[in-house]
Design a protein around this ligand. Structure first.
Ligand code: ATP
Length: 696
C-alpha cells in the first residue's frame, strides 16, 4: 500500500465529509412528517417509507461508507463507490451506490478493457477507519498482473484470506468480474449458476437480489423477491447479507416453509416414496385427478323465472363444458365460466322472446340456485387435501388417474399402507405438501413474485421446482447450485431439466470456476471424489494463496479437538447425524462453549421458560459449532474437523449420494481441515495415494 500521507489525509477528510453529509440526509428525512399526508392510509404508508429511509441512512461507524474509487477518462470525474448513495448539500453525488451503472467499471475494468476509466482505487479499512489505499492504473502499460489482466491487489487478497467468524458477510467491495456479470444480468433473464464449492454462488445470488432491488425498485418491492435456501440454519447463516446491503424487502424461506401454508408437515417417509412423489410425472397424475371431477351432464337444466321454466338440454350443457375446457383455464375459474355459459344459454332464450337483458342480468342468472347446483354437480368444487387423501388411499382412483403414467408397482408404492381415517388426520410429509401445492395451483393460479433466488437448487425434486417456477411464472429466477453436491435421492442430474421443471426452458447456465473458500490441498483431496460423483465437473481453481492445512488422522477425537481449540476463527466439527447427540453430551462435559447447528429450529425455551445455559452460544456466533453432516451444505468454517467420513457416507440411502455428502463436508474449510477416521476411509478418497505428511 503506498505511503502517500497527504493523499491518505485527503481521503480521510473526504470520508469525514461524506459522513457529515449522510447525517444531513438523515436529519432531512427525520424532519419530514408523514402525518401531513392526505389521508390516514397514505400517512401510514409515508411514515413507514420514512422509517425505512431512516434505517437505510443510518451510519454504522464500523462499516466503511465507500470501498473504492474510479477516475472517468472522458469527464475526468472521480467517483467514490460505496454501499449506498451519499450526496452533498447541492445534491451532487459524493458516494455512488455500487449498483449504479457508473460503478460497473470498478468491478470489471481490466488493462485490456479499461471501460472508460483510467484508474481504480481500493481502500483498506479497519473497524471503519481508513487505513490505506492502493491504486491500479488501467491505461498505463507494463503493469504487474496476475495473469488475468488485473493487477494484484493486497486489499483484495486480505479480504479473501480473512479468517471467518460469525454469519456470512457481503462481498460488495471485492466482487470479481465473472461474478459481477451474473450480478448485473437483466431482470428478465432466468439464470442457472453452476459452480464448485466456495465459488461464491450464494454470495453472487444475494448480491444479484440486492442489485435487482435497486435497479427495479418499484416493481420488485411491489411484487416481491424471494430467497429460497435448503434449511433454516442456512437461512440464519445468510440472513445478514441483504440487510447489510440496505435491502430488507426480500423474503427468505425454505421450500418446506413455502408449501407449509397448506398443512403442517407431520411425518417423514421412505426415500423411494418421496422420490416418486417428487417425480415430474406426478404433475400429470394430479392434473388427471383434478379434472376427473368434471362429469357428463345427463339431465336438463331447468330454471324457473316468473311464470316460465327455461331449459338447457344436457347435450347443450355438454357442449358448454367442452368449450370451457378448450380454454385451458384453471379448474376453479372453469367452474365459474361454466355457470356463465349455462346462464348465457338461458339468456339467449329469454332474449328471443323479445326481453332485452344486460350483463348484470347475466350475472344474476349465473348465480341462481338451479344454475349453481347444476354446475356444481357436473363441475364440483375440489378440496386439495381431500383429493390427495383419496389419491393416496384409493388404489382404484389412483389407477384411473395414473394410467399410462405410473407403473403398477409405482402406484402401489404411492398408496398408503394404512390410510388415515380422514384427510384431517393425515400425517402429511414434505413431498405431500408439494403435491398439495400443485393441486392448489391446478385449481387457482398462484400469485407470482418478481424474482426468486434459489440456492442449492440441485437438491430440489421436479415437483419442488415446479412449485418455485409457478411462483415466478411472470417473473424470473436465479438458480444456484452444484450438481456434484446433490445429496437428495430426487436431485437433478442436469440443469436443462431443472429449467424445464421451472417452466423457464430459455434460461441459461453460467459457470463460476474460481474458488474463494477452499484451499488448494483440500480441493485436491475432495476432487478425488469427482470422477465417482459428477464425472463431467471440474474442481474449482483455488484463488486463495494459502495452501491450507490438511491432516488425515486416526487419533482420538478429543486430541483433535484439543488441537483446534486455541485457533483463530470459527471451528466446525462435522459429524454423522446420528453421532450428534452423543458428541453433544461429550462436548458439554468438557465445559467448552459450543452451539449445535440446526438446534434453533426446535424452538429454544425463552428466558422465563426453563434453564438456558448462559454458556450456550448461538450457532455461527460460537467459536465451535457441532454440525450434523446433513446441515453442512452452504456453510463454511475457518477450521473443520470432519469426524468419521465412512459413517457419513454410509448414512445416505446409496453410496453415490454418500460420496456427494462427503464431498460437501470436505469442502467447508477455509484454512484447515482435519479428517478424523477409524481406519476405514472411503476408498474413493485414494487413501493409498495420500501424502505421508498428511497422515497424522
Ligand atoms: N469476490 C469475492 N471476494 C471475497 N470473498 C468472496 C468472493 N466471492 C466469494 N467469496 C467468499 O467465498 C466464500 C464462499 O462463497 P459462497 O458461500 O457464496 O460459495 P458457494 O459457491 O455458494 O459455496 P457452496 O457450493 O459450498 O455453497 C464466502 O466466504 C464468500 O464470502
Amino acid at each position: 500500500m503506498p505511503a502517500d500521507a497527504p493523499e491518505l489525509a485527503k481521503e480521510r477528510d473526504f470520508l469525514a465529509e461524506a459522513r457529515t453529509q449522510l447525517g444531513r440526509m438523515r436529519d432531512r428525512v427525520a424532519a419530514l412528517d408523514g402525518r401531513y399526508a392526505g389521508d390516514p392510509i397514505s400517512a401510514d404508508a409515508l411514515e413507514a417509507a420514512l422509517a425505512r429511509r431512516m434505517e437505510q441512512l443510518t451510519d454504522d461507524p464500523e462499516i466503511p461508507l465507500f470501498f473504492g474509487r474510479i477516475n472517468i477518462e472522458e469527464s475526468a470525474e472521480i467517483f467514490h463507490i460505496g454501499r449506498r448513495h451519499v450526496s452533498d448539500g447541492d445534491g451532487e453525488p459524493m458516494v455512488v451506490d455500487w449498483r449504479a451503472p457508473v460503478s460497473t467499471p470498478f468491478y470489471r475494468a481490466t488493462p485490456k478493457e479499461p471501460m472508460g476509466i483510467t484508474a481504480r482505487r481500493r481502500y483498506g479499512f479497519a473497524r471503519g477507519h481508513l487505513t490505506g489505499f492502493e491504486d491500479e492504473h488501467l491505461t498505463r502499460a507494463g503493469l504487474p498482473t496476475d495473469g488475468t489482466g488485473t493487477a494484484h491487489s493486497d486489499i483484495l487478497e486480505a479480504e479473501i484470506e480473512r479468517p471467518r467468524t460469525g454469519p456470512m458477510r457481503d462481498i460488495v467491495a471485492t466482487i470479481q468480474p465473472e461474478q459481477d456479470v451474473i450480478v448485473r444480468m437483466p431482470l428478465e433473464r432466468t439464470l442457472v449458476v453452476q459452480g464448485a464449492p466456495g465459488t461464491g454462488k450464494t454470495a453472487v445470488g444475494l448480491h444479484r437480489a440486492a442489485y435487482l432491488l435497486y435497479a427495479h425498485r418499484d416493481q420488485l418491492t411491489r411484487r416481491g423477491v424471494l430467497v429460497v435456501g435448503p434449511n433454516k440454519s442456512f437461512l440464519r447463516y445468510i440472513r445478514d447479507v441483504l440487510p447489510a446491503l440496505g435491502e430488507i424487502h426480500a423474503r427468505q424461506a425454505t421450500i418446506e416453509e413455502i408449501v407449509g401454508t397448506h398443512a403442517p408437515v407431520r411425518a417423514a417417509e421412505a426415500a423411494d416414496v418421496a422420490t416418486l412423489k417428487g417425480d415430474g410425472r406426478m404433475a400429470e397424475v394430479l392434473r388427471n385427478a383434478v379434472w376427473s371431477h368434471v362429469g357428463t351432464p345427463q339431465d336438463t337444466l331447468v330454471l324457473p323465472r316468473g311464470s316460465f321454466r327455461w331449459r338447457v338440454p344436457a347435450y347443450e350443457a355438454r357442449e358448454a363444458i367442452e368449450q370451457v375446457r378448450a380454454r385451458d383455464v384453471r379448474y376453479a375459474l372453469g367452474a365459474a365460466q361454466l355457470r356463465h355459459a349455462l346462464a348465457h344459454r338461458v339468456l339467449v332464450q329469454i332474449e328471443e322472446t323479445g326481453d332485452a337483458l344486460d350483463d348484470k342480468a347475466w350475472d344474476v342468472l349465473a348465480r341462481t340456485k338451479p344454475v349453481r347446483d347444476y354446475a356444481a354437480a357436473v363441475w364440483p368444487a375440489v378440496e386439495p387435501r381431500r383429493l390427495l387423501f383419496r389419491l393416496l388411499s384409493d388404489p382404484g382412483f389412483l389407477a384411473e388417474c395414473a394410467e399410462g403414467i405410473l407403473s403398477e408397482a409405482e402406484q402401489l408404492l404411492l398408496t398408503w399402507e394404512r390410510p388415515p381415517r380422514t384427510p384431517g388426520s393425515a400425517r402429511w410429509t414434505t413431498a405431500d405438501l408439494v403435491l398439495l401445492d400443485e393441486i392448489v395451483d391446478l385449481l387457482d393460479r398462484m400469485e407470482s413474485v418478481a424474482h426468486i433466488v434459489v440456492d442449492e437448487a440441485q437438491d430440489l425434486s421436479a415437483m419442488m421446482l415446479r412449485a418455485l417456477g409457478r411462483r415466478a411464472a411472470t417473473g424470473s429466477l436465479t438458480v444456484l447450485g452444484d450438481l456434484a453436491q446433490a445429496t437428495t435421492p430426487w436431485a437433478s442430474r442436469d440443469w436443462s431439466d431443472v429449467l424445464g421443471h421451472l417452466a423457464k426452458p430459455d434460461g441459461h447456465v453460467e459457470q463460476l470456476t474460481a474458488g474463494f473458500r477452499v484451499p488448494g490441498d483440500v480441493i485436491e483431496l475432495a476432487a478425488r471424489l469427482l470422477p465417482s460423483i459428477a464425472p463431467g465437473l471440474e474442481p474449482p481453481t483455488a484463488v486463495r494463496r494459502a495452501r491450507g492445512r490438511l491432516t488425515i488422522t486416526d487419533v482420538p477425537l478429543d486430541d483433535v479437538l484439543a488441537g483446534v481449540a486455541g485457533l483463530e476463527g470459527s471451528v466446525g466439527l462435522i459429524v454423522p447425524d446420528d453421532a450428534v447427540a452423543h458428541l453433544r453430551t461429550t462436548l458439554a462435559a468438557t465445559g467448552v462453549a459450543f452451539a449445535v447447528v440446526g438446534e434453533q429450529d426446535d424452538e429454544r425455551p425463552g428466558p422465563d421458560e426453563g434453564d438456558v445455559d448462559p454458556d450456550d452460544a448461538s450457532e455461527f456466533d460460537a467459536h465451535l459449532d457441532l454440525v450434523p453432516a446433513s446441515l453442512a451444505k452452504g456453510l463454511e468454517f475457518d477450521h473443520v474437523v470432519l469426524h468419521d467420513p465412512a459413517a457419513i457416507v454410509a448414512a445416505e440411502p446409496n453410496h453415490a449420494t454418500g460420496l456427494r455428502r462427503l464431498y460437501v463436508c470436505l469442502t467447508r474449510a477455509v484454512t484447515s481441515l482435519v479428517v478424523r477416521h477409524d481406519g476405514d476411509l472411503p476408498p474413493e478418497l485414494g487413501a493409498e495415494r495420500l501424502d505421508e505428511t498428511l497422515v497424522g
